[in-house]
Design a protein around this ligand. Structure first.
Ligand code: MOS
Length: 746
């Protein structure tokens, strides 16, 4: 008996039609009765204190309902560092709550919330506020703070230690035949999802409902409950549609709690939507950084030592750096390693997760240096990577749960036509354009949640099923792939399955961060739907009126909603018949999943290989990416279309990282130079080359029941390095800064 599985099919997005026809209602689209509108007013200075807020003029403006400042906003109930939200840890950006005192830590920090009966009136009144400051000197760049850098105990919300060493790097460097010492610099990056962050808050007595654009409804619920001193059961968070996030909606910043406080103050539902400009100062960013790599290798290119140091600014209240030294410490066999983070206290808000947080920058530095090594030794860059391939996670010595990296190199190289590459720089031309081929390794860890993930599945007597889990779909396609997972577990056609999420009243799922969503949510959904199927089969075999009465449950399978004996398919009945006969409108089962203890004995990583072709105009310094090929081994692919879309998006984001995306602090004013999509460049269709993706499915029975390793971030890792390496091949110039701009290539 053959059955076509729903898993793996390129099923169209179940929410696609709603999204393109306006049927999808986002958090700032919620229209509640007698709604009021709140705007944030941000500090104009980067450092100092507020000496006075003159609200007279604003108060007299039409329609103003309330002006909240540090002078009249109640103190929050919990000290932010104690708030558990993301995986139960204090989260960056939550260790500071604004409007509690007169101190200004960064430009854009909220100093007032103005509420009015229309958005325009709130904005107008906000402009009439007269805030005076006593400004003190600020530090907003690496260059300003270099001398005061310190080594933190831990970074990344406490998840990652500030230092990681193995072996003896000095000895490894001493025995090396070749040594390379290179420093890479990175401009800051900002998140620009199509939907800016927004919260609509409504109170019903002491019950709070928030419509919030978030990666995790439970994270918003727990954070806001703690800040307001409420029990979580009094806070319901809904997030049915989220227009992208890329990490900026993972942490719970101040605006959801401020919206709730404003709604309580005015006794009406309140909508608080961040402006595009406020997205640059209110939801974290990828920090400016400097990374120095010192690498030693023998004549055959085998690494003998790797030292990787990172220096970056953080806020005044969090020790945050994206973990740039993670995958770069694990991807190659190298006995002697030292990774150290150093931080600078700066007048910015806390940086945060941004797609491929850490790996996007760290692997740029490592993979550029590896290309340098290949060039200096005259070894093919792919061959150099193969010589340094590691069967184990070098940090722990544990074997990979699955790899596929060698196949990624091989299949990516074949698909790209790597063998056509003459290793000599400046040897390929197309007219006056210099053509270059470059490659890099990609890798992203498989993170498992540290708390159980839950889902619930219900089958109705009409033979349709709904599966529920609290997770929002922030654009990844999770709602679509979970219907596929449900269909296979229940033995139903995918059209008869539906996913519901984005609501804290549904079974709890952790915030989908670090490419963990598909793996952990599918595990919970698969478990719930399998439990439901087993329950229905158990009911059939004990039902004296069922054709399956007395059968061994293990001998029963389900196809198209019909339970039948595997060896005698003519014996069986449909779920619907069983339910109707027993007067059951529906049957429901819950499922819960936690990573297996054996997973701690493995290294878990999604691997890939990136290839890029560039054309550089030597007269104008313009680099264009002509082709990108990525080969990835993400474990099991749940949906070929959404997985490809994720990977393609990541690769194009890597193109943006390589050539376009940048923000800079103006050190005189302590403010970002770019504060809108007009000044902050992201790739558009005209920049997008042909992107080819090869999916290499490698079985993995360690990571989760379906062997899903995640595709959200790995597509970006190595993409910028492949492009920079292609630019070196085209021009002979090694550019050690991102983004690479026209000035760098003239
Ligand atoms: Mo993702 S950048 O870890 O939310």
């Amino acid at each position: 008996m053959t059955t076509t599985l729903a898993i793996g099919q390129p099923t169209n997005r179940v929410d696609g039609r709603h999204k393109v026809t306006g049927g999808a209602h986002y958090s700032a689209d919620m229209l509640l009765g007698s709604m009021a509108y709140a705007v944030l007013v941000g500090a104009r200075v980067p450092s100092g204190r507020i000496t006075g807020i003159d609200t007279d003029e604003a108060r007299q403006a039409g329609g103003v309902l309330a002006i909240l400042t540090h002078e009249n906003l109640p103190r929050i109930a919990a000290q932010p560092p104690l708030i558990p939200s993301l995986a139960g840890m204090p989260a960056p950006g939550q260790t500071f709550f604004p409007l509690q005192d007169e101190v200004v830590h960064y430009a854009g920090q909220p100093v007032a919330v103005v509420v009015a009966d229309t958005l325009e009136r709130a904005q107008h009144a906000g402009a009439l506020l007269r805030v005076s400051y006593e400004e003190t000197p600020s530090v907003t760049t690496i260059d300003q703070g270099r001398e005061e850098a310190y080594e933190p105990e831990a970074i990344f919300a406490g998840f990652v230690p500030g230092r990681n060493t193995r072996g003896d790097v000095d000895a490894g460097l001493a025995q090396a035949d070749v040594r390379i010492d290179a420093t890479y610099t990175f401009a800051a990056n900002n998140h620009n999802p199509i939907e800016p962050s927004a919260t609509t808050a409504a109170w019903d007595g002491d019950q709070l409902t928030l419509h919030d654009a978030t990666q995790g409804v439970a994270a918003t619920q727990l954070t806001v409950a703690a800040l307001l001193g409420l029990t979580p059961s009094k806070v319901r968070v809904l997030s049915h549609y989220v227009g992208g996030s890329f990490g900026c909606k993972a942490m719970i910043w101040a605006h959801p709690a401020l919206a709730a406080l404003a709604a309580r103050r005015v006794g009406r539902p309140v909508r608080l939507a961040l402006t595009r400009e406020q997205m640059f100062t209110s939801v974290g960013h990828r920090e400016e950084q400097e990374q120095r790599i010192t690498l030693g290798a023998d004549k055959e290119g085998r690494l003998t030592a790797l030292r990787h140091h990172k220096l970056s600014p953080t806020s005044h209240f969090d020790d945050w750096a994206e973990p740039s030294l993670g995958v770069a410490s694990q991807i190659y066999a190298c006995k002697n390693y030292e990774g150290i983070y150093r931080l600078i206290r700066a007048n910015t808000m806390t940086p945060t997760f941004m797609r491929a947080p850490g790996e996007a920058s760290g692997m740029f530095a490592l993979e550029s240096t590896m290309d340098d090594l290949a060039h200096q030794l005259g070894i093919d860059p792919v061959e150099l990577r193969l010589r340094n391939y590691s069967d184990t996670d070098p940090n722990t010595g544990n074997p990979w749960s699955s790899s596929g990296l060698r196949e990624c190199y091989q299949r990516g190289a074949e698909r790209f036509g790597w063998q056509r590459r003459n290793p000599e720089p400046r040897s390929h031309r197309d007219g006056n354009r210099l053509i270059g081929y470059g490659m890099a390794t990609a890798g992203y860890p498989v993170y498992g949640p540290n708390n159980p993930q839950r889902a619930r599945a219900r089958l109705y007597a009409d033979g349709t099923a709904v599966v529920q889990a609290a997770t929002p779909d922030f654009g990844t396609g999770v709602a679509t792939v979970m219907t596929q997972v449900t269909a296979d577990a229940l033995g139903l056609p995918v059209e008869r399955c539906r996913f519901e999420g984005g609501d804290t009243t549904l079974p709890t799922i952790a915030a989908a961060v670090g490419s963990s969503g598909a793996g952990m949510i599918s595990a919970a959904v698969h478990t719930a739907a399998s439990n439901l199927r087993d329950q229905l089969i158990a009911q059939a075999v004990t039902d004296t009126q069922s054709p399956l009465h007395g059968a061994d449950p293990g001998a029963v399978t389900v196809r198209d909603g019909r339970m039948m004996l595997r060896d005698a398919p003519e014996t069986g009945e449909s779920y619907g018949d069983l339910l109707h006969r027993n007067f059951l409108p529906d049957v429901e089962a819950a499922g819960s999943w936690s990573p297996s203890p054996q997973s701690t004995r493995y290294g878990m990583m999604t691997f890939g290989a990136q290839f890029a072709e560039v054309a550089v105009d030597p007269d104008l310094g313009v680099a264009r990416v002509r082709r990108m090929v990525g080969a990835f081994a993400p474990g099991r692919v749940l949906n070929a279309k959404t997985a490809r879309s994720q990977l393609m998006g990541g690769m194009l984001w890597g193109l943006g990282q390589a050539l376009l995306e940048a923000n800079f602090m103006d050190p005189r004013r302590g403010r970002w130079v770019a504060s809108s999509l007009g000044d902050y460049l992201v790739p558009v269709n005209a920049d997008a080359p042909e992107v080819e993706i090869d999916l290499i499915e490698v079985a993995d029975d360690v990571v989760n029941p379906l062997g899903v390793k995640g595709v959200g971030e790995v597509g970006q890792v190595g993409a910028a390095a492949a492009i920079a390496n292609a630019i070196h091949h085209a021009t002979g110039r090694r550019i050690r800064k991102l983004p690479i701009t026209i000035e760098d290539l003239l």
